[in-house]
Design a protein around this ligand. Structure first.
Ligand code: NAD
Length: 484
């Protein structure tokens, strides 16, 4: 499949082939060659998109109480995504370097996200409340206004869908800014939404460099909410900027997630699942279980099985259906991971497997497994965002919990045990927003996703995300003769 490379921004219902920020060159991670160029928005395009979004919020009819039209358009977007899913998946695989099967899954999950919020748009969402005075007290959820949705490069289409779906369903207008490394599927989504009948201004997509337009977009007086996924340092900066005019903010940030394996667990199953839990998306996953804690009696058995399972992972061309691990997204990201392999050696760690370049071309790196490092080491404390896992022994439940929680992050985690009571105890004690027991993942469209501590504020997915694009209003109507 030869995809058409999207090369236009979408601002107020119009395609833009030129923009004031020049052009962004996109390099294909598997070949290191130029894949495409797209226009880069500057502050001028940010102003136009935000002003158009504010005007559309006031007058396009999108934000009015009746959700029927919103549901119809969102369902149409989902259908059009499905109709183009192969082309979108190929774009994502080539732009990010991710295996085509993963890209297919993500595009279809994006379509499911629009469908889910299409039906949620018409669910009852307020309540009536008995109050002290005579009359009717009820709550209403109203859309928050113009939303700036800012997404990262690791799951570009999916992260965009997670924000744009609920925001549009709630009646907001959205300006989407994809990461400059990976804007292609977001630009394609702009066109899809336009063809699905979204009113002009309700949804604009502006590719642009974070350091050139990020602050301008975040500080814009007409933006009422920032929905951000990205690094914790960027999130902290956004939070500070948003404080000036009390913007609503939801942040999905970094992680350093634990994978805790007790001696009573199914060790074969835990070891077979561990490579995809940490090396999926070539380790460029906020949920990557990169700190693997193993109860001492089964430590050697697990480590051996984990290394064997990792060796079997197929590294290769993202467009080959057999590939499980593609290249990293950029030379910079591979260099960063290699730097942490060096830190691991300097800190006294043993590289049990990987950490080397398997090919001449492409930003590939063999997944690295390290043991002999304490949880206090730099490699175990900092988010690397590349294929590097540390395996650390522990003794007993209390130490497992203490080690798992000894991090500034709190996004996700896994726990492997056959003891149900232990699963309940340890699961409750682990400080993370998303936890899976005896499996790798607990991320579902219908369930809330987000982090504790420096992994973020607020939640994506589920009903929770929808609510975060609304303001809650309480109304009381005095009714003479109506005493509660
Ligand atoms: P990043 O913070 O560098 O960039 C994210 C987005 O923010 C990009 O669109 C970028 O252009 C933009 N940006 C940069 N500076 C900005 C500024 N000053 N103001 C506004 N926007 C700005 O992150 P990244 O490198 O693209 O993504 C990797 C990070 O994302 C990792 O830390 C990862 O853990 C995190 N992540 C978190 C989740 C989650 O749900 N918690 C999911 C995916 C990725």
């Amino acid at each position: 499949m030869n995809p058409t490379f999207p090369d236009q921004l979408w601002i107020n219902g119009q395609p833009r082939r030129e923009a004031s920020g020049g052009r962004i060159e996109i390099i294909e991670p598997a070949t290191e060659e130029l894949l495409a160029t797209v226009p880069a928005a500057g502050p001028r395009e940010v102003d136009e998109a935000v002003a158009g979004a504010a005007e559309a919020f006031r007058s396009s009819g999108w934000a009015v109480p009746s959700p029927k039209r919103r549901g119809e358009v969102l369902r149409e977007i989902a259908q059009r995504i499905r109709a183009q899913s192969e082309e979108l998946a190929t774009l994502e695989a080539r732009n990010v370097g991710k295996p085509i099967d993963d890209a297919r899954w993500e595009i279809n999950a994006g379509a499911r996200c629009f469908d889910y919020y299409a039906q949620l748009a018409s669910q009852p969402s307020g309540e009536t409340i008995p109050v002290a005075n005579g009359g009717l007290d009820y709550t209403l959820r109203v859309p928050v206004g113009v939303v700036a949705a800012i997404v990262p490069w690791n799951f570009p289409f999916l992260m965009a869908a997670w924000k744009v779906g609920p925001a549009l369903a709630a009646g907001c207008s959205v300006v989407l800014k994809p990461a400059s490394l990976t804007p292609l599927t977001a630009l394609a989504l702009g066109k899809i939404a336009h063809e699905a009948g979204i009113p002009a201004g309700v949804f604009s997509v502006i590719a642009g460099r974070g350091d050139q337009i990020g602050d301008h977009l975040v500080s814009h007086a007409q933006v009422r909410k920032i929905a951000f996924t990205g690094e914790t340092v960027t999130g902290a900066r956004i939070l500070r900027l948003a404080a000036d005019d009390i913007k609503r903010v939801s942040l999905e940030l970094g992680g350093k997630s634990p994978n805790v394996i007790f001696a009573d667990a199914d060790i074969e199953a835990a070891a077979a699942a561990a490579p995809s839990a940490v090396f999926g998306n070539t380790g460029q996953d906020c949920c990557a279980r990169s700190r693997i804690f193993v109860e001492r009696p089964v430590y050697s058995k697990f480590l051996e099985a984990f290394v064997e399972a990792t060796k079997k992972q197929v590294i290769g061309d993202p467009l080959d259906a057999k590939t499980q691990i593609g290249p990293l997204v950029s030379a910079k990201q591979r260099g960063r991971t290699e730097q942490y392999v060096e830190y691991a050696k300097e800190e006294g760690g043993r590289i049990v497997y990987g950490g080397t370049r398997p090919t001449e071309k492409g930003y590939y790196l063999t997944p690295a497994i390290v043991d002999g490092l304490p949880n206090s080491s730099r490699v175990c404390r900092e988010e690397i965002f590349g294929p590097l896992a540390c395996v650390i022994p522990f003794e007993g439940e209390q130490q497992a919990i203490a080690l798992a929680n000894d991090t500034i992050y709190g996004l996700s985690g896994s726990l492997w045990t056959r003891d149900v009571e232990r699963a309940l105890r340890v699961g409750r004690a682990m400080e993370c927003g998303v936890l899976s027991v005896n499996t790798n993942s607990s991320v579902f469209q219908e369930a809330p996703f987000g982090g504790f501590k420096q992994s973020g504020i607020g939640r994506d997915l589920g009903v929770e995300a929808f609510r975060q694009y609304t303001e809650l209003k309480n109304i009381f109507i005095r009714v003479p003769g109506w005493e509660s």
